[in-house]
Design a binder for this molecule. Structure first.
Ligand code: IFG
Length: 529
């Protein structure tokens, strides 16, 4: 990676280090002077310079928080490093203190809510941002300047050298999401937390939880207990079901908040609703409860959009979720409503949008909602592959025309349940094979004609779980592809290249191994031996 990236930010010129320590490998020379190789970071920052002046943690190192805003980032960093270094790493709130690792949110950086500046030198570490969120994003970069063993959940021997560097950074897009389908197969709170924590290391800031579908309803709703008693009982293939109580859901939200990740709950409607239709006969137009479904077909179910009880039901469901969800969005799904007539679908989305607004939230949905005149404060998620299928590109374009912002999640690049190769045991291939390079080689502002940078809110990596049953399955499908999509959402578009990225991605391998992440050792990536 080039030692310094510029994106028109006022940064110091690349620092030239003369007289490297004997034996230290010389990176490619530029004009006679040597640069230590720039640290290999994912996602790539706006600018990074190696200074060749590392900072070594010792048992005396403190984490200094210059303002209350830094508390969450400091405790996240301290907890991570205490485990692997065995050092106490006390956190001190001290406006004037210096030395050690300083997190400072008192001096305006002008880098927006998630931007930060990071300076590592022999004197110590200074991480500055305008907000606690910016400090947390900077901590994710700082951790990658430490050796992979810093990620270990158990104590490892030192030394603990933080690579000397100067970083200035801010995200390209505001929305960098990971979606997890807990309806096809159920995943416990503990499993969901791990999935969030791994993603937060790559500056993912949105967690879209797909809570209901034909095969399962996964969130308890007080007034509608059969949704989980009946609808939560099973899963694809007849596997064990499960569901979250309100407290479980609160625990997931809190865990995400501690990582500045916003939870977006999805109740998929009016299609993908067999679990609800099996739970309550009156939600069906014919008044007959459906049987639980454990297959993997889509498009066969629909709420009865002509009945008032449907909207009382959704008012209770959306109301309960809105009260439990601090984030601005409720996702109402809207995809593949093949068993709902078009006029009925449009009227349904209009009524449900009003319910979402009444509970103080903004509506999010799959791009099909664009057909139902969503309000401009809604968000539509583009997913249909751009294989010339007019509806996919047309829906995204019509959303953009209405001023509805788009989250780009093209199935043929960003769906993590697509097989890597024909030999991949897990996953499916209805949108084609998506290897690590294909997951990285796309740009959300150039993918769909008529959808440009200003129409795009960000990107998302959905993981559907028809074929994934365990955390190891989730990790195999998500790593190494999810960090590439996180980079597409965070890093500058200019200069982004597969040849540069694959080398930086390779450096993540030992970090995942230190955390026992079951990642796919793709032959496309030069993993260190
Ligand atoms: N499409 C369906 C998902 C899931 C997926 C699997 C969307 C929006 C295929 N809808 O993607 O429920 O089955 O790849």
């Amino acid at each position: 990676m080039r030692p310094s990236r510029r994106l028109g930010l006022p940064i110091a010129a690349a620092v030239v280090i003369a007289g490297l320590a004997p034996g230290q490998a010389r990176a490619a020379d530029h004009g006679g002077a040597a640069h230590p190789a720039a640290p290999r970071l994912v996602p790539a920052p706006v600018s990074v310079e190696a200074t060749g002046d590392p900072f070594t943690l010792t048992s005396a190192t403190r984490v200094v928080v210059r303002s209350g805003a830094g508390a969450r980032a400091a405790s996240y960093l301290a907890r991570l490093l205490r485990r692997s270094t065995g050092y106490a790493l006390p956190i001190v709130q001290d406006a004037g203190a210096g030395g050690g690792i300083v997190l400072d949110a008192t001096a305006p950086q002008g880098l927006g809510p998630e931007g930060y500046r990071l300076e590592v030198s022999g004197k110590g570490v200074l991480l500055a941002a305008d907000t606690g969120e910016g400090l947390f994003r900077g901590v994710q970069t700082l951790r990658q300047l430490l050796p992979a063993k810093a990620e270990s959940p158990s104590r490892r021997p030192g030394p603990w050298r933080i690579t000397g560097a100067r970083v200035t950074d801010r995200p390209r897009f505001a929305y960098r999401g990971a979606m997890l389908d807990v309806a096809r197969h159920f995943f416990t709170v503990r499993q969901v937390k791990r999935y969030i924590d791994l993603a937060a290391a790559y500056k993912v800031n949105m967690f879209h939880l797909h809570l209901s579908d034909d095969q399962g309803w996964r969130i308890a709703i007080g007034k509608w207990p059969r949704l989980t008693e009946v609808g939560g009982r099973t899963a694809v293939g007849g596997d064990r079901g499960g569901f979250y109580t309100r407290n479980d859901y609160r625990e997931i939200v809190k865990y995400a908040q501690d990582r500045y990740v916003t939870v977006i709950p999805e109740i998929d409607t009016p299609g993908h609703t067999n679990a609800a239709l099996a739970s309550y006969a009156r939600l069906n137009c014919d008044g007959r409860a459906r049987r639980p479904y454990t297959g993997t077909d889509v498009g066969f179910s629909s709420l009865c959009v002509g009945k008032d009880v449907t909207y009382r039901f959704l008012d209770d469901v959306i109301g309960e979720l809105a009260r439990l969800t601090p984030g601005p969005y409720i996702d109402i799904g809207g995809d593949e409503a093949k068993s709902t007539r078009r006029a009925g679908y449009r009227a349904f989305v209009a009524r449900v949008q009003k319910i979402v607004h009444r509970h103080g939230k903004r509506m999010m949905g799959w791009e099909e909602i664009a057909d139902a005149k969503p309000s401009p404060d809604s968000v539509a998620e583009h997913w249909n592959p751009v294989t010339g299928r007019q509806d996919g590109t047309e829906l995204a374009r019509s959303a953009a025309r209405r001023g509805v912002k788009l989250v780009m999640a093209p199935a043929d690049h960003a769906y993590l349940d697509m097989k890597y190769t024909a030999r991949t045991r897990l996953g499916t291939d209805w949108a084609g094979l998506v290897d690590v390079r294909r997951a990285y080689a796309w740009d959300p502002a150039r993918l769909v004609a008529g959808v440009g940078e200003d129409d795009v809110l960000g990107v998302e990596a959905p993981l559907w779980t028809e074929t994934a049953r365990t955390s190891r399955d989730l990790e195999y499908l998500a790593y190494p592809r999810l960090p590439g999509i996180a980079e597409i959402g965070w890093s500058p578009a200019r200069g982004r290249s597969w040849d540069d990225y694959r080398v930086r991605l390779a450096a993540q391998g030992p970090r995942w191994s230190a955390r026992s992440v079951n990642f796919y050792h793709s032959p496309q990536v030069p993993w260190p031996s």
